[in-house]
Structures are given as structure tokens and as C-alpha cells.
Design a protein around this ligand. Structure first.
Ligand SMILES: *Cc1c(COP(=O)(O)O)cnc(C)c1O
Length: 360
């Protein structure tokens, strides 16, 4: 229930919005930086603010070059299309974002197929990956890429450990297959584990990071990798309509996202922990606390007698927004625009909803 206020702006009531960290608004400083950004035509390579963001992201992730893209999806798909061609195969975790949530873009754009491998809390079992890599044979597609999602969304925001990535790297090197990290929330992984983002990134050839999730920028992701790769990716971005002109107005808040918003992700993680531990105590609800490592909480609610969409609808009546996340699962994502008091309100509301469900 949103209402239009006098000036026509859409105003949401005082809701606790835990649907996603994508709902975060740019900070006041980001808005000022947008207004003041030095700009040029970036398709001509003449936007100094975009170049600064691309260099900054590349440096933070230990890569030669970066490319500002419109979204995480575009970053992943530009990367995949550059790595893998028509009739080739991409190994990815069975519940990966590129499989579930990118509208079959791997098939539609790169023309490749995804080989889904079930993971353990989102981590690809190295032996299974080694077995899945194709031997040359006229019947087989060529294995063109291994994709790793860190943190892993559908696994509950779990961190893919460095050791797992090292094992995958070894296999990849043995077969000459590159690795791409979908690092939409790689900085959450870094903050939660204490492992710098570049240590994860150095085990991959290319990495995509989102600026617009917990880092609060309004728009954009950056793809980083070797310089020649990024030049090829730049053409894919153009082909997909991602060549933007005075994009410095987008890059400026992106720079603040990378320089000022990373460390505070720890607050989101602490809030997720409080929420998860609280929800785990609610009769009818179950939370695997081992998976609550960053800012995502997956709650199993079948014990309340409610379906996930009914649970979410009832929560909405309480002023709390969450996402139905498949059979019996509700997802809560913490972020900068929900403080501890908001999280406690959500907890309270969930307990009431669960109780109503159990009674009914
Ligand atoms: C959000 C997300 C993306 C894509 O982001 P968009 O900017 O929404 O396209 C990719 N991968 C993962 C794991 C995500 O959570």
C-alpha cells in the first residue's frame, strides 16, 4: 500500500522493508556527488568519473581493468558471453543467480548451456566440478567457464570459502577453463570472513560486483578482469545496449559505495544475526543459523501452517516486507535503511504472524 503524496512522489508508509538490499536509497553524499560529477561521453571513453570508478574497482580487486555496467545481470552476462560462445557449457551451482534469476540470459545471449551442479551451502564440490569438465568429443560441448556465486543468494548469503575457490582454481588451471565470480555481494563475503575481496578475486579470472545492493549506490555494477578481456567485454556491453554516455552521474555514487560503504556491511550482518536468532526461537519457524553468515536470513515457515506467500502477505499487514522464497521459505535481507529497531519490529511481527498461523 503506497500512497502518492502532494508532489507526486511515491511514498511508502513507515515500513520495515527486508525484501532485498537493492531497496537501499543513495546517501545524501551520493546525491551530492551525482550532482557535481565531472562527466563526458563514456562510449568515447571520455567520462573521467567512470574511468576513476573502473580503475578503483580494478585496483580493489587486484585486476588490470574494470567496466561499469548497468546491473549485476548485465555484468554477469557480458562476462559469460565474453568467456563462452554458442554451443558451449558453463558450470554453475544448481541454485545460482545466473540460472534462476537472469531470464535464461546464458542461453539467450551467449547461446551456451548451464551445467548445474548441486552445491554445499552454495559451494561447488571440487570433485563434482572436475568430473563435469568435458573431455574433447564430437558429442560434447566444450566447457568454457566455471561460475561461482559469492556470497550465494539462494543458499542464504553464505560465504564461499577461500579453500573451496583454491580447489576450483586448481581444477580450472588443469583444464584451461576460466573462473568468473558473481560477486554481487562479494564485499559482504569479505567483511564477514575477514578475507579481503581481492584474495577471493585473485582466484578468479573475472569478477562482477554490485554497487547497488548493500553498498547503497542507486545503479550499477563493475566487471573486472584482464585488460584484453575487458576490452572484448566492452563490445558485448555495447551490443546489449549498455554503452552509456554521461555515466559519471552513476559512477560518482559508485565510487562512494566502494570507498565508504563496505565496512558498514558489518552492521547489516549483525542485524541479520539478531533477526535469525530471534526467528529461530519462534514456534513453527526454523532457521539454519549456520547459513546466516552475512545479511540474508532464510526462514523455514511450514511449521506455522502458512504457505510462504500467505506468511509474507500477513507480515505486510504488520508493516514488514519480506520475500516468499519458494516452498515454505521466507527471505529477509538486512541493509542500511533498516536499523536495529526495525529488525526488532520485524521479529515481533513475524512472531505474531507465526502464532496466528499456528492457531488457524
Ligand atoms: C542481485 C544479484 C545479481 C544481479 O543483480 P541486478 O543488478 O539485480 O541485475 C546477480 N547475482 C546475485 C547473486 C545477486 O544477488
Amino acid at each position: 500500500m503506497s500512497i502518492l503524496v502532494g508532489n507526486g512522489a511515491l511514498r511508502l508508509p513507515d515500513w520495515v522493508d527486508l525484501r532485498s538490499d537493492t531497496v537501499t536509497k543513495p546517501t545524501d553524499e551520493m546525491r551530492r556527488a551525482m550532482a557535481e560529477a565531472e562527466v563526458g561521453d563514456d562510449v568515447y571513453g571520455e567520462d573521467p568519473t567512470v574511468r576513476r570508478l573502473e580503475e578503483l574497482a580494478a585496483e580493489m580487486l587486484g585486476k588490470e581493468a574494470g567496466l561499469l555496467v548497468t546491473s549485476g545481470t548485465q555484468g554477469n552476462q557480458v562476462a559469460i558471453a565474453t568467456h563462452a560462445g554458442r554451443g558451449e557449457e558453463v558450470i554453475a551451482e544448481a541454485n545460482s543467480h545466473i540460472f534462476h534469476y537472469e531470464a535464461a540470459a546464458v542461453a539467450a545471449i551467449a547461446g551456451a548451456q548451464i551445467r548445474q551442479i548441486p552445491g554445499v551451502r552454495g559451494a561447488l564440490p571440487p570433485e563434482a566440478v572436475a568430473q563435469a569438465i568435458r573431455e574433447p568429443d564430437i558429442h560434447h560441448p566444450r566447457t568454457a567457464l566455471i561460475e561461482v556465486e559469492n556470497t550465494h543468494n539462494r543458499a542464504g548469503g553464505t560465504v564461499i570459502p577461500l579453500d573451496n575457490l583454491r580447489a576450483l582454481r586448481e581444477i580450472a588451471d588443469r583444464h584451461g577453463v576460466p573462473i568468473h565470480i558473481d560477486g554481487a555481494r562479494l564485499f559482504n563475503a569479505a567483511v564477514a570472513s575477514g578475507v579481503p575481496a581481492r584474495r577471493f578475486a585473485e582466484l578468479a579470472d573475472t569478477v562482477q560486483v554490485c554497487l547497488s545492493k548493500g553498498l547503497c549506490a542507486p545503479v550499477g555494477s563493475v566487471l573486472v578482469g584482464p585488460r584484453d578481456f575487458i576490452e572484448a567485454a566492452r563490445q558485448w556491453r555495447k551490443r546489449l545496449g549498455g554503452g552509456m554516455r554521461q555515466a559519471g552521474v552513476i559512477a560518482a555514487p559508485g565510487i562512494l559505495a566502494l570507498t565508504q560503504m563496505v565496512d558498514r556491511l558489518a552492521e547489516d550482518h549483525a542485524n541479520a544475526r539478531v533477526l535469525a536468532e530471534g526467528l529461530a526461537e519462534v514456534p513453527g519457524m526454523r532457521v539454519d543459523l549456520e547459513t546466516v553468515q552475512t545479511n540474508i536470513v532464510l526462514a523455514e515457515i511450514s511449521g506455522t501452517g502458512l504457505a510462504a506467500d500467505a506468511f509474507v502477505a500477513a507480515l505486510r499487514q504488520e508493516g514488514v516486507l519480506a520475500s516468499a522464497f519458494g516452498e515454505g521459505l521466507v527471505r529477509f535481507v538486512t541493509h542500511r535503511d533498516v536499523d536495529r529497531a526495525g529488525v526488532l519490529r520485524a521479529l515481533d511481527a513475524a512472531a505474531r504472524v507465526a502464532k496466528g498461523g499456528v492457531r488457524a
